[in-house]
Design a protein around this ligand. Structure first.
Ligand code: THU
Length: 146
């Protein structure tokens, strides 16, 4: 499947992406990924003003694997945070990786369409999305809560 690629900018272009990147880098080393060897980290700024981090945690029963984004978001929500202000994903891969479909759906629960999603690599290159670019026509809580 081919997709239109955005040109990368740099993490240092904004204070918020820089802060999230610094925290995500700490979590990258905590990735538990003996099977894929891929390290992914996520840092999310929540409405409580705090930044929560997470890493991918794989499982010998592959389906038990959880992505870095969902680790960070579930940590934040379980601490009482309610919404995502901005979120950054970092991988140790050469290419900049976008969040997977399940993580996009979980983001849809706590993000707004304009919420910034920064996707980065260790070179500090960054592709920035509004959440709605990643999941157009999202199935959001609005459908159930209206
Ligand atoms: N992974 C994430 O942590 N986030 C994503 O959005 C994509 C994939 C992880 C899951 C697995 O541990 C590894 O990357 C390879 O798929």
């Amino acid at each position: 499947m081919s997709t239109t690629k955005k040109e990368p900018t740099f993490v240092t272009d904004s204070k918020i992406s820089e802060s999230l990147f610094t925290i995500a880098k700490k979590y990258l080393n905590r990735a538990h990924s003996p099977y894929s060897k891929v390290k992914v980290a996520c840092a999310t700024l929540m409405n409580d003003g705090k930044i929560y981090g997470g890493c991918n945690i794989e499982n010998a029963s592959y389906g038990g694997t959880i992505c870095a984004e969902r680790v960070a978001i579930t940590k934040a929500v379980s601490e009482g945070a309610k919404s995502i202000k901005a979120i950054l994903v970092l991988t140790n891969q050469k290419e900049i990786w976008p969040p997977c479909g399940i993580c996009r759906q979980v983001m849809a629960e706590f993000a707004k369409s304009k919420t910034l999603v920064f996707t980065t690599n260790l070179k500090g290159q960054m592709i920035t999305y509004n959440f709605s670019d990643l999941l157009p026509g999202a199935y959001t809580p609005d459908y159930l809560l209206k």
